[in-house]
Design a protein. Structure first.
Lengths: 349, 573
C-alpha cells in the first residue's frame, strides 16, 4: 500500500513537472488553446472547419465571467494558460493593455473592420464583436396604459414611470455596468444624484441579467412586474428567434434614443508569452473571418464587426439599430470604474 | 460494538502500554507521514504561499479602507455563523435526545434522512431551496395562483433566512451525531444516583448531564461554526454577492473588483481563524474520544404523554424540514410552471418529462453542449480517482493519528486547514503554480482530494484507534495466525470505516464545484458544471434542465449514502 502511494505520488509529481514543457509530435495536429468567458458560444461546425483547414485542435478553457477571466489572465501573464484570449470588452480594455498581456498583431482581416471599433491603435487587442446595452420595454404595457415611451434618462425619474424599471447591479453584471456608464456619460459627476432620484422613483436592482429579464420584466416569459429592463438592442430579435410559434412582431422594443445606449465592444488577442503564436494568429484571423462572424449573432446575440458579414434575418428585421450610443473613453472607464461602482453601491444602499 | 466496552482508565493504560510496545519507531512514523504531508505541501501550501507571497503585504493591514472592509466582513461572518450555529442546535439538540433516548418506528430511516444533506453538493441544495422558496419555486407559483400575490412570509423567506435554513439543513446531522453519540454513552447510573439523592430533573441536567456532555457539545458547535464560517456556495447561490462573508468578500476582491492585496489579507484572516477553530476542535474531539465509556442502551419507547408528544413533534418537524427540499427537487424537475422559451402561446402547465428528454438534445449545434451521460461519466471517473487518492493518502495519516505523539498533536489541526482556505485564492495559486498542467484532466481529482482528505482521515482515525490490542492478543493466544488475526479482528472494523471514508470522498468529489469555479475545460464537463451552465442560461427550459440534472446528481449521491448508512458511519465526523 505504502509503496503504491509513493509510486503514485512520484508519477504525479513527475507529470506535473514535465506536462507544461511537453511538445506535440509534428504529425499530430497542433493545439491552439483559447480562454474565454462563460457566455461564449459558437457552432460546432464552425470550429471544425478551422480545425480541418489548419490540421489543428482548438481547446477552449472557460474562466468565469469577463472580469475574472481578465484578472486570471493578468495574474498568469508570464506563463499564460492559453494562446488566445477571446472576450475582453471596452470597459476592461485599458487594464488589459496596461498589464501588457497581448502581442500586437496586424491581422489582414482588420481591413474589413471599421476604424470606430479599433480602440487599440497598436492592435494588441483586435475588435471581434459588439452589442448595445439599451432599455427594453413591454410594448403591450405601454399601449394598454396609454403611456408614452420615455425618451431620455430624465424621463425615467418622472412620477408616471414610478416602479416600472428594473436594472442590474453594476458590480456583478456587465449590462448593469454599461447602463451605469451611460448615465455617467450623460450626467457627469451628477450621476449619483440622478441615481438617487431613480431610487426614489422605485427602480428595482437585481444581481444579474437573467433575473432582471426573465423574472422581473413583464414582457418575457416570466411575466414579472416591471415593463422596462436594462437589456440589449438585440433582445427583441431574440424574443422572435426563440418563440415557439412564429410571430410577426416582437413583443418588446428597445429605446435607442441618443446617448441612452452603451456600446460594448469585445476584443480578441494573442498572448505575448503564449506558445503557439503562428497558429494563435491564424485563429484570430478566423474569428474575424466571415464564417465565424456570421455564426456569432445567433450563438451570442452580438453583432459582427466585419462589414462583409451578413446579419441573420431576425437581426435585420427585429433588432433596433443604435445610431448614437453614449461615449466614454476606455481610459476614463479604466481609471474610474471601481470608484464609480463603489460610489453607486453606497448611494443605492 | 462489544470492543468499545472499556472504562476510561482502561483506555488510558491501554494507550500507554500500546505506545510503549507497538508505537512505530520514529523513522517509520516519519515515513508514514511523508505521502500525505508531501501532497499537502505540494498541492496546498505551495500554491497558497505562491499567491500570498505575490499579493500579500503587511501594509494592507494598515490601510483604513481595507480594515473597514475586513472588519465588516468579519463581523457579518461571525454574525451569520453564530446565528446558524444556534439555529442548528435548536433543531439538532432535541433531535439528538430523540435519537439517543427513544425507540420508535422508522427511527433509523429518519436518522439516515438527516444525514443526507451533509453530503449533498451545494449546487443541489441551493437548487432544492430555490425549487421551493425561490422566485420560480413551487410555493410562489402555488400561492400566486390562489391569492393575489399576497404571499405569507413563511412561504417566501428573505435570502438571509434561506441561507440560515440551508446551513441548518446541512449541519444538523453533525450535532445529532456527535452529541447523540455522547448522550447514548452516558452511564445512566450517574443520573439515577443523582435522582436518588433528591435532585430534580433540571438539577440532574445541570449538574450531571451537561458537564459530561460539554466536550461533545463544544466539539459539535466548533465544527458547525467552522463550516458556517467558511460557507461559500450556499451564500453565493442563495443570497448573492451582497452578503459579504469573508469568503464571498475574498471572491469579490480577487475577481470582481480586483484588489488582490485586500483579498490576500482577508484570506490570511480567514486562515488564522480556521487554524484556531481546528486546534480547538481537535482538542475537544480528542476529549470526546477518550471518554469512550460503555455504550449503554438507554433508548426505549416513549411512555408518558409528554414523551410521546415530544417524539411526535420532533419527528414531524424533522420530516418536514428535511424531506420537503429533497422531494421538491425531483418534483420541480418534472413540472412545467413557465414558458420554455420566450413563447407566448398557451403553456401546457403540469407534469412533463421534457426537461429530461431535452438533456439529450443539442439544439443549437453548440460546441458547449453537455451530454448528460458524458457529464455523469466524467463525474464518476473523477470521483473514483478521488477515492483512490484520498484513501492512499488518508490511511497513513490516520494510522499515525490513531496513536498520537507530540508530532501528531502538531500536525492534526493542519490537516483540517484546506477546509478553511479560500477556494478562490487557492484556485489562483493553482493557476500560478501549475500553469498549463491545470488543463490536464487528472488535476481535478487532486483538487477534490484536498477537500476530501480531512473527512477521510477523520473517518479512518477513530476506527484505527478503536481496535484494542487485547482483542488481537486474545485472538493470537487462541492460536490464530497473524493473518487470521488481521482478517478476523482488524479487517471487519476497518472495512466498514474504509467504505465510509470512500463514500465521503466519493460524494465530496461528485458535488465539488468551488475548485472548478475558476477554470473549467468544457470538453470534460462534470454534473455540477452542467447544472451551473443551465442555471446561467435564460428561460424555463434551461431552469428545468438544471433541476433535472440536479436530481440526477442527488440520486447518485443518495445511492452512495445508502451504502454508508447500511454499514453505519463511524462516530466522529
Amino acid at each position: 500500500m505504502k509503496r503504491l502511494t509513493f509510486t503514485f505520488l512520484f508519477v504525479a509529481l513527475l507529470l506535473a513537472s514535465c506536462a507544461p514543457t511537453s511538445t506535440p509530435a509534428p504529425v499530430e495536429p497542433q493545439t491552439v488553446t483559447v480562454v474565454t468567458h462563460d457566455s461564449f458560444a459558437i457552432g460546432e461546425e464552425t470550429i471544425k472547419a478551422f480545425e480541418m483547414e489548419n490540421n489543428a485542435k482548438v481547446v477552449f478553457l472557460q474562466g468565469g465571467d469577463a472580469g475574472s477571466l481578465l484578472n486570471q489572465a493578468i495574474l498568469t501573464k508570464d506563463a499564460p494558460l492559453a494562446d488566445v484570449l477571446f472576450g475582453v470588452d471596452n470597459t476592461f480594455l485599458s487594464r488589459a493593455l496596461e498589464a501588457d498581456i497581448f502581442e500586437p498583431y496586424q491581422s489582414p482581416a482588420l481591413a474589413d473592420i471599421p476604424d470606430e471599433f479599433k480602440l487599440d491603435p497598436s492592435n494588441r487587442a483586435l475588435p471581434v464583436d459588439y452589442g448595445d446595452v439599451c432599455l427594453n420595454y413591454d410594448k403591450k404595457y405601454f399601449s394598454d396604459n396609454n403611456l408614452a415611451v420615455p425618451q431620455s434618462f430624465e424621463d425615467l425619474a418622472k412620477p408616471e414611470y414610478k416602479d416600472l424599471l428594473v436594472v442590474e447591479n453594476p458590480a456583478t453584471s456587465s449590462p448593469g455596468l454599461a447602463f451605469l456608464l451611460a448615465t455617467r456619460a450623460h450626467f457627469g459627476d451628477g450621476y449619483l444624484d440622478y441615481w438617487k432620484s431613480l431610487k426614489e422613483n422605485g427602480v428595482v436592482v437585481v444581481d444579474g441579467w437573467e433575473t432582471a429579464y426573465y423574472t422581473n420584466f413583464s414582457a418575457s416569459s416570466g411575466k414579472g412586474p416591471q415593463p422596462m429592463v436594462v437589456s440589449y438592442a438585440s433582445s427583441p430579435a431574440a424574443e422572435v428567434f426563440f418563440a415557439s410559434e412564429p410571430m410577426e412582431e416582437s413583443p418588446t422594443a428597445s429605446i435607442a434614443a441618443e446617448g441612452m445606449c452603451f456600446r460594448q465592444i469585445e476584443f480578441v488577442g494573442v498572448f505575448k508569452n503564449g506558445k503557439n503564436k503562428p497558429l494563435a494568429q491564424k485563429f484570430v484571423d478566423f474569428t474575424l473571418s466571415r464564417k465565424f462572424q456570421e455564426d456569432m449573432p445567433l450563438n451570442m446575440f452580438v453583432y459582427p464587426v466585419n462589414q462583409k458579414a451578413q446579419l441573420p434575418e431576425v437581426f435585420v428585421k427585429y433588432a433596433d439599430v443604435v445610431q448614437s450610443p453614449a461615449s466614454i473613453s476606455a481610459d476614463e472607464i479604466a481609471a474610474n470604474r471601481d470608484r464609480w461602482i463603489e460610489a453607486w453601491s453606497e448611494t443605492m444602499k | 460494538m462489544q470492543y468499545q466496552v472499556l472504562s476510561r482508565r482502561d483506555a488510558e493504560t491501554r494507550r500507554k502500554s500500546f505506545l510503549r510496545v507497538f508505537a512505530p519507531p520514529r523513522l517509520t512514523r516519519v515515513l508514514v507521514w511523508l505521502p500525505p504531508l508531501l501532497f499537502l505541501l505540494y498541492f496546498f501550501f505551495y500554491p497558497l504561499t505562491k499567491i500570498l507571497s505575490l499579493t500579500f503585504t503587511p501594509a494592507a493591514f494598515t490601510n483604513p479602507g481595507n480594515l473597514s472592509v475586513a472588519l465588516n466582513a468579519l463581523l457579518f461572518t461571525f454574525y451569520q455563523a453564530a446565528l446558524s450555529t444556534i439555529l442548528t442546535f435548536l433543531l439538532g439538540l432535541p433531535s439528538a435526545v430523540l435519537f439517543s433516548r427513544f425507540d420508535f418506528r422508522g427511527k433509523s430511516l429518519l436518522r439516515a434522512l438527516t444525514a443526507v444533506p451533509f453530503m449533498l453538493p451545494t449546487v443541489v441544495v441551493a437548487a432544492a431551496f430555490n425549487a421551493i422558496f425561490g422566485e420560480r419555486g413551487l410555493f410562489l407559483f402555488l400561492s400566486s395562483s390562489i391569492a393575489n400575490r399576497q404571499i405569507p412570509f413563511i412561504l417566501h423567506p428573505s435570502p438571509f433566512i434561506l441561507i440560515l435554513m440551508a446551513h441548518v439543513f446541512y449541519n444538523a446531522t453533525i450535532v445529532i451525531r456527535i452529541v447523540g453519540n455522547a448522550l447514548s454513552r452516558l452511564d445512566p447510573k450517574l443520573e439515577q444516583a443523582a435522582r436518588c439523592l433528591g435532585a430534580d430533573a433540571f438539577r440532574v441536567w445541570q449538574n450531571v448531564t451537561l458537564p459530561l456532555l460539554r466536550p461533545s457539545l463544544i466539539a459539535a458547535a466548533l465544527l458547525v461554526f467552522m463550516f458556517d464560517f467558511t460557507s461559500f456556495g450556499v451564500i453565493l447561490l442563495l443570497g448573492g454577492s451582497k452578503f459579504s462573508t469573508l469568503e464571498v468578500e475574498i471572491y469579490v476582491r480577487a475577481l470582481k473588483l480586483p484588489n488582490l492585496p485586500l483579498a490576500a489579507m482577508l484570506s490570511v484572516v480567514q486562515l488564522v481563524f480556521t487554524l484556531i477553530f481546528s486546534v480547538l476542535y481537535t482538542r475537544f474531539v480528542n476529549q470526546v474520544a477518550t471518554q469512550t465509556a460503555p455504550r449503554f442502551s438507554v433508548s426505549r419507547p416513549p411512555q408518558s404523554l409528554r414523551e410521546k408528544a415530544f417524539v411526535i413533534a420532533i419527528s414531524l418537524s424533522l420530516i418536514i424540514f428535511f424531506l420537503l427540499p429533497l422531494l421538491s427537487l425531483p418534483l420541480r424537475s418534472l413540472t412545467r410552471l413557465e414558458a420554455d422559451r420566450g413563447q407566448r402561446g398557451e403553456i401546457q402547465y403540469g407534469f412533463t418529462a421534457d426537461y429530461y428528454k431535452e438533456l439529450f438534445i443539442n439544439r443549437r449545434g453548440s460546441l458547449f453542449y453537455v451530454p448528460p451521460i458524458e457529464a455523469a461519466k466524467n463525474s464518476l471517473g473523477y470521483a473514483g480517482a478521488t477515492v483512490l487518492l484520498a484513501l492512499a493518502l488518508g490511511y497513513p495519516a490516520a494510522y499515525a493519528l490513531a496513536k498520537p505523539t507530540r508530532l501528531e498533536q502538531f500536525l492534526d489541526p493542519l490537516i483540517m486547514l484546506p477546509l478553511g482556505a479560500s477556494a478562490v485564492m487557492l484556485g489562483l495559486g493553482f493557476l500560478l503554480s501549475f500553469g498549463r498542467a491545470l488543463a490536464l484532466p487528472w488535476f481535478v481529482p487532486i483538487a477534490h482530494t484536498l477537500i476530501a482528505l480531512p473527512f477521510v482521515i477523520r473517518t479512518l482515525q477513530p476506527a484505527l484507534a478503536s481496535i484494542p490490542e487485547r482483542l488481537r492478543q486474545a485472538a493470537a493466544a487462541l492460536g490464530a495466525s497473524p493473518f487470521r488475526v488481521w482478517m478476523t479482528v482488524d479487517f471487519p472494523i476497518l472495512s466498514r470505516a474504509t467504505l465510509s471514508a470512500a463514500t465521503f470522498a466519493f460524494t465530496v468529489s461528485l458535488g465539488e464545484f468551488g475548485a472548478t469555479l475558476l477554470l473549467n475545460r468544457p470538453e470534460y464537463p462534470t454534473i455540477p458544471i452542467a447544472i451551473q451552465r443551465f442555471l446561467s442560461q435564460p428561460g424555463g427550459l434551461n431552469f428545468g434542465q438544471a433541476m433535472a440534472m440536479a436530481t440526477l446528481l442527488m440520486v447518485l449521491t443518495m445511492l452512495s449514502i445508502l451504502l454508508i448508512e447500511r454499514t453505519r458511519l463511524s462516530d466522529a465526523v
